[in-house]
Design a protein around this ligand. Structure first.
Ligand code: NIG
Ligand code: FE
Length: 408
C-alpha cells in the first residue's frame, strides 16, 4: 500500500473470481486504470490510506466486470413473428428452411444503414451495461457480403469507441448460406476464404473467426477450410457447435485449438474429452435453449468432470435468444443447466474472459488486471443469480473510471 492510488474503494466485500475467493471487509485500489491493491482495508492493518480519492463502498459486494463472450448485438429488425410461429408449433429449423430465421435478419441488416445499425445496437448495449457488462464480444454474420459484413464489424468497433466497454469482434461469415449462393456452397466458401477474411482482417476488423456448424449451416469439413484461412491470418477460432444435433463441431474446434465451442446441447462424451485436451472453453447459452424450447441439456456433469471451463453468455440475437441481460442468463444457467452459483459467476467473468483469450487481462479482481468491476446492492453474491430481472447494480467501474449509470 505504499504507492499512491488514484482511487481507493473501501468497505467492500469482494468476489474475486480468482484463487483468492472471497475477501470480506476489503479495499480495492486503482491506479492508471489497473487494480493495484485488493485486500484487507489498509486502515485495519495500520498502513496509511494513500489515495487521491477514497470512496466508501458501503458494504456492497463487488464482482469483476461482467464479460459477455457471445453476442450477435449488431442487427436490424426483430423476429417476434417467428416467436409466434414457434408458439404455434413450428420449429427453429423449419422456420430456417422456409427462408426465415437467420436469412430474415440478413435481409434487414443488408438494407440498414451503418448509422441505423449503430443506433439500434447502442440501445441494446446500454441495457447490457446496466447489468454490469464491461467487455462484450460482437459477431458479424447477418451481412454475408463483404460490404455488409464490413458494415457490421465497423459498427461493432464504433460501439467500443463510443461506450466505456471493451468490444471484441468476431467474423461470422460462415453463419448461413446467403440466398444468392443457395446452389453454390463452394462459391460462398471461396468468397469467405479468398475475399472476406483476408480483406476484413487486413482492415483490423477481426479479432476471432466463428462459424455455425450444423446441418442447416456448414459441415465440419467446410468449417475446417475457413479455420485454415483463419490460422494463416493468425486469428483465433471458435464455433457454434452441437446446438441442434451432434455434428462433430466441438471435435473440429478442439483440433484447431479453438478458444471456445458454444451452445453444446448435443455434445458427445468424446467431444467433451477433446475440448478438455485442447483447453477449449464451453460457452453455455441458456437463452437459446429456453427460447427454442430445447429439452436436450448440455452435458454439464461431463464438462465438470473433465475440467472443461464453462462460460455463460447471452447469445443476444433477434432469433434464438432475444435477451439483454447477462444476469438473467446466470440465473438460467443455474436453473436450467444445474450450474452452481459459483460456476455461473465464474461463467460470466473469468471463464468468459478465457473464452475470449483475455483472461490474463480481465475477468477477475486481482492486482495487475484491468480495473473493471461492479458493485451490487446485495447481501451475498448468490443474489446475482437469484433475482429474476430488476436492477441490483449500484456502481460500475470500467478501466478504473466510475461510470454514471443513469447517463449511459
Ligand atoms: O447463436 N446458431 C446460430 N446463430 C445464432 C442464432 C442467430 C439467429 O437465429 O439469428 C445462435 O443461436
Ligand atoms: Fe450465437
Amino acid at each position: 500500500m505504499s504507492q499512491q492510488h488514484d482511487t481507493l474503494w473501501t468497505n467492500v466485500n469482494v468476489y474475486t473470481a480468482s484463487g483468492a475467493g472471497i475477501i470480506e471487509n476489503a479495499a480495492i485500489g486503482v491506479r492508471d486504470g489497473t487494480i493495484a491493491w485488493v485486500g484487507p482495508l489498509p486502515g485495519d492493518s495500520g498502513k496509511p490510506i494513500d489515495a487521491r480519492e477514497v470512496i466508501d463502498g458501503r458494504s456492497r459486494w463487488v464482482l469483476p466486470g461482467l464479460v459477455d463472450c457471445h453476442t450477435h448485438l449488431v442487427f436490424a429488425g426483430q423476429r417476434a413473428g417467428e416467436f409466434e410461429a414457434r408458439l404455434a408449433g413450428s420449429s427453429y429449423e423449419e422456420i430456417s428452411r422456409a427462408g426465415g430465421g437467420i436469412a430474415s435478419t440478413v435481409r434487414s441488416t443488408r438494407d440498414a444503414s451503418e448509422e441505423t445499425l449503430f443506433q439500434d445496437a447502442a440501445g441494446r448495449l446500454r441495457q447490457l451495461l446496466r447489468d454490469g457488462v464491461t467487455t462484450i464480444e460482437i459477431k458479424s454474420g447477418y451481412g454475408l457480403t463483404i460490404e455488409s459484413e464490413e458494415k457490421m464489424l465497423k459498427v461493432a468497433r464504433r460501439l467500443g469507441e463510443a461506450f466505456p466497454v471493451r468490444v471484441v469482434t468476431t467474423f461470422l461469415g460462415a453463419h448461413t448460406l446467403p440466398p444468392e449462393y443457395a446452389d453454390d456452397r463452394k462459391g460462398y466458401l471461396r468468397l469467405i476464404c479468398d475475399d472476406m477474411l483476408p480483406a476484413l482482417a487486413g482492415q483490423g476488423l477481426i479479432d476471432a473467426v466463428d462459424g455455425f456448424c450444423e446441418r442447416i449451416a456448414f459441415t465440419p469439413e467446410e468449417m475446417g477450410r475457413v479455420f485454415d484461412v483463419a490460422r494463416s491470418l493468425g486469428l483465433p477460432v471458435k464455433l457454434h457447435a452441437e446446438q441442434l444435433s451432434d455434428s462433430g463441431g466441438a471435435a473440429l474446434a478442439a483440433r484447431y485449438g479453438a478458444l471456445s465451442a458454444d451452445h453444446l446441447e448435443y455434445l458427445s462424451e468424446d467431444g467433451v474429452r477433446r475440448m478438455a485436451e485442447s483447453g477449449t472453453v464451453a460457452v453455455l447459452l441458456p437463452g437459446a435453449f429456453y427460447t427454442l424450447r430445447d429439452t436436450q441439456r448440455p452435458p454439464v456433469g461431463l464438462l465438470r468432470k473433465q475440467g472443461v471451463p464453462m462460460a455463460v453468455s447471452t447469445d443476444a440475437n433477434p432469433g434464438s435468444s432475444p435477451t439483454l441481460s447477462l444476469r438473467l442468463m446466470a440465473n438460467m444457467a443455474c436453473q436450467l443447466f444445474s450450474l452452481t452459483v459459483d460456476e455461473a459467476l465464474h461463467g460470466v467473468t473469468i471463464n468468459a474472459a478465457k473464452a475470449l483469450g483475455l483472461d490474463a487481462e480481465i475477468g477477475s479482481i486481482e492486482i495487475g488486471k484491468r480495473a473493471d468491476f461492479v458493485l451490487l446492492d446485495v447481501d451475498e453474491p448468490a443474489e446475482f443469480a437469484y433475482w429474476l430481472g430488476g436492477n441490483i447494480v449500484s456502481e460500475l467501474v470500467s478501466g478504473g473510471t466510475r461510470l454514471d449509470l443513469a447517463a449511459l
